[in-house]
Design a protein around this ligand. Structure first.
Ligand SMILES: [Zn+2]
Length: 854
């Protein structure tokens, strides 16, 4: 499709000659409840100026039909003006009014205006999602972040519906069965940030107010929305409570009043991502409305996302990156603020930095070691590049580097820089230099070389302690070795840990210093008795992989769980996982550490990571001949810890889920069936709906769930969530027919929403069923280009990643991946990137297996 993939040069050119004064967008979605209606009417009127009268330009629009195009009263022929992706206009005046009337399509992929029908009550729900460039699926516009303008939306919908947009509504007219909502003009915002949410949503209203420094009152109406059928599970008070704490916190830290009027938070079905920061109308995935018991880690994750999106109201919405190269300018900040504010705003989630060290950084380390990694400030040539850059670098590494920046310049300089940045660039667009300017002003430091090392260079350094001692065991030298292509300046703390009389490992000395270059001597450590454990990057100030000297590693093998400090322990867990991934610690040794110490792990989020990682260790990193034994050990460990866990605790639930994921032998599966049937009980463990599905998945994967049983479970839970779980169970059955059905459901039809594509791939690709799925490796590589060409990028990304034959850990599959890459140099760069990354996962698994085999 010509022009569908907007390039940076085209965007620069367009912004060079145009300035947009405003959009008037009319949408008529009264047809939405009719499943036969594929489209809705969309009319855009744009008022804009052109600095080169007589020139031409184009609007972006992805629509089945364009009805009319009118420029300054002149009718253009849509047949010639519209090429399927762009509306071309020429002969611009200095001041222009352009109206485009189109029929736009309801989406089933979460891109554009998504339509969902609730299986519980048949109600229809709509919401939009655009980032980076899908507003053009809903209305004609200049789809680039630096052509900001006020938007005035008018939406006609069924009369019984609630309709929300970025701004509050000013008037509502009811006529027959329909109702028209007229919204106030927004502040100047980018196209990707506009939003509409429409349907018979359940709404909980609240209010926030505070006195501003000038004595005036700031009033922010709050609302939280979800589907009606989820309302019984909707803990809106908890969400709104975090919201108010966050508004207090950001007003204090940012010193710039919330600029977008009201604040709605809508939890919407079949959402492709966690949440989106539409000003005044944030959208979240509705899985954040918990239908069954979840652990506190899930509540913390949700609160983190609430605060992440709120931080975006300033970082991203008020001040917006000029182009997607600087996506990090908003995402790294919001990601950092999500954790920072959990503590700063005094929510109950005081272990936010433990979670950050444990989970966000794992994401960053993984991404940063792919051959496709990139500097935090990226080179984004076009929209397909942009789409793939919502990754572990832009979010988690960027946030990690901001944490390091705070350690480097101090939090006062950092936040004073943010305050100046908002005031200076309000409602505008920025690039890296604009941020460095304010930070240099407030810190008094030259940040050019810091930025070059941290923001403009890819890759992760490993820091290793080198300890030499004299005959009495006193340190004669402690040095920090830094590897990696580019040594960076790191502000770090070195923790020296010793056992106390009770065997606990406690920090007995903390040394903070700057590490630069390949070798840095820690002078303060000289003369001290050699500690039991040297922990580099204690407190997790910098972004690096931590290694250990041989004696410290031995201390961890016998006593990792004895580290009392929660964050230090999480760092040790993270470090031994990195050793395992890097083929420096045998997978079976890592599994042994988990089996020995996970039962003592107090942090529920860390425990759940240990579960996931030890399962990956067995499935992918263990030598094949040890896999069965490793799997049995995990299942036995899960069962023991489940029986030992405190009744009703989060830990008990986590171990129950882990048992479901690892159950293989008769004893484990017997208990699983007993729990489902009610004939077996674990004191305090409530077998609620989500846990039931986890247990059914174990039975299905073992070939011990009949079609009737699974259908019966779905009949009792005929919901969106139930449908997803049921689909995964069907795909997980260990038969050639089940695998063929899952494969075909995804590849032969484009009817499935992304949630069901994921459910099929998750069930299909169970590693232990590698013999059954082996024959799909060759068809997978044949399929790639067609999938990329025919599907929307959201769906294509899920298919390419989810069906990659990762469980076929052998040289032949690696060769097949290489053959595809060698044979398709001209394939879309974004597709090549995904295949390269999965190929790298596979090569890593082979290296880890070689380490485990010795
Ligand atoms: Zn974000």
């Amino acid at each position: 499709m010509p022009g569908k993939n907007l390039s940076r040069e085209e965007a620069q050119q367009r912004a060079g000659v145009l300035a947009v004064d405003g959009y008037l967008v009319r949408l008529d979605v009264t047809s939405a409840p009719d499943p036969a209606a594929a489209t809705f009417r969309s009319t855009t009127t744009i008022t804009f100026r052109c600095s080169q009268p007589g020139a031409g330009t184009f609007l972006d629009l992805l629509a089945p039909a364009v009805r009319s195009v009118t420029l300054n009263g002149r009718e253009l022929d849509p047949a010639t003006a519209y090429d399927g992706a762009r509306v071309h206009v020429d002969g611009l005046a200095a001041e222009n009014v352009l109206t485009v009337e189109a029929d736009c399509a309801y989406s089933r992929t979460g891109e554009g205006l998504h339509r969902f029908v609730d299986p519980v009550d048949g109600e229809t729900y709509l919401y939009t999602h655009y980032e980076p460039a899908d507003a053009r699926r809903v209305f004609a516009n200049f789809e680039q972040p630096d052509l900001k303008a006020p938007f005035t939306f008018t939406v006609t919908a069924p009369a019984a519906w609630d309709v929300r947009s970025n701004a509050a509504h000013e008037a509502v007219h009811t006529e027959g069965g329909t109702r028209t909502w007229e919204f106030a003009p927004t502040a100047p915002i980018s196209t990707y940030l506009t939003a509409v949410v429409a349907g018979p949503y359940h709404v909980v209203n609240d209010h926030y107010s505070r006195e501003l420094p000038d004595g005036t009152a700031l009033e922010i109406p709050l609302a939280a929305l979800c589907r009606k059928s989820l309302a019984p599970h909707f803990d809106a008070e908890e969400i709104l409570g975090v919201t108010k704490l966050g508004l207090d916190f950001f007003h204090e830290e940012f010193d710039y009043p919330y600029p977008f009027g009201k604040y709605d938070q809508a939890f919407v079905p079949e959402y492709n991502i966690g949440a989106m920061e539409n000003p005044g109308c944030v959208t979240f995935k509705e899985e954040f409305v918990f239908r069954s018991k979840v652990t506190d880690a899930a509540y913390e994750a949700r609160a983190n996302v609430v605060l992440h999106e709120m931080a975006h109201m300033w970082f991203g919405d008020l001040v917006t990156p000029r182009w997607w190269d600087d996506l990090w300018l908003k995402e790294s900040f919001a990601d950092f603020m999500g954790s920072y504010a959990l503590i700063g705003a005094r929510t109950r989630y005081s272990s936010a930095w433990v979670t950050f060290a444990n989970q966000r950084k794992a994401w960053a380390y993984r991404q940063d070691q792919f051959p496709t990694t990139h500097p935090i400030t990226a080179d984004i040539r076009d929209l397909e590049d942009a789409k793939l850059n919502f990754d572990g670098i832009t979010y988690a590494k960027g946030a990690s580097v901001l944490k390091q920046l705070v350690a480097y310049v101090g939090s006062e300089a950092f936040f004073e820089g943010a305050r100046r940045y908002f005031k200076r660039h309000a409602f505008g667009n920025t690039e890296l230099g604009d941020l460095l300017d304010v930070l240099e002003e407030t810190s008094g430091r030259d940040l050019k070389s810091w930025a070059a090392a941290w923001l403009q260079t890819a890759g992760v350094n490993a820091l290793t302690p080198q300890v030499t001692t004299d005959a009495e065991g006193r340190i004669t030298e402690l040095a920090v070795l830094q590897d990696g292509e580019v040594p960076r300046p790191h502000r770090i703390a070195v923790g020296l840990y010793d056992r106390d009389a009770d065997g606990a490992l406690l920090c007995t000395e903390r040394i903070e210093l700057d590490v630069t270059g390949a070798r840095t001597v820690v002078a303060e450590a000289v003369g001290r008795r050699r500690p039991d454990l040297v922990l580099l990057n204690d407190e997790d100030l910098t972004y690096c992989k931590i290694r250990f000297d041989a004696d410290s590693l031995e201390t961890l093998r016998t006593g990792l769980g004895d580290i009392r400090d929660e964050l230090a322990r999480a760092l040790a867990w993270s470090a031994v996982w990195n050793l395992t991934r890097d083929g420096l610690m045998p997978a079976r040794d890592y599994v042994a550490l988990v089996l020995r110490f996970a039962g003592q792990e107090g942090n529920i989020g860390v425990l759940q990571s240990l579960h996931a990682q030890s399962k990956t260790a067995v499935d992918l990193y263990a030598a094949p001949e040890w896999r069965a034994e490793g799997a049995r050990k995990l299942a036995d460990g899960a069962l023991n810890e489940l029986r030992a866990a405190v009744p009703g605790s989060d830990h008990q639930l986590a171990w129950a889920r882990f048992l479901a994921q690892t159950a293989g032998g008769a004893e484990h599966l017997g208990l699983v069936r007993g729990l489902l049937a009610g004939s077996a009980r674990i004191d305090g463990l409530e077998v609620d709906q989500e846990l039931r599905w986890s247990l059914w998945l174990a039975l299905a994967a073992a070939g011990q769930a009949t079609d009737e049983e699974l259908a019966g479970e779905l009949a009792g839970d005929n919901t969106a969530g139930g449908k997803r779980q049921y689909t995964q169970c069907l795909a997980a059955r260990p038969t050639p027919e089940a695998k063929a059905a899952a494969w075909s459901a995804v590849t032969d039809s484009d009817e499935l929403p992304s949630a069901l594509v994921e459910a099929n791939s998750a069930g299909f690709a169970i590693p232990a069923q590698r013999d059954l799925t082996a024959l799909y490796a060759a068809p997978y590589f044949k399929l790639l280009e067609r999938v990329w060409a025919e599907r929307t990028i959201e769906i294509a990304m899920r298919i390419v990643s989810g069906f990659f034959p990762i469980a076929q850990t052998n040289e032949q599959t690696l060769a097949e991946a290489d053959a595809w890459l060698d044979g398709h140099p001209q394939a879309a760069p974004a597709l090549r990137r995904l295949v390269l990354e999965r190929r790298d996962d596979l090569a890593r698994a082979l290296r880890a297996q070689a380490c485990d085999r010795v």
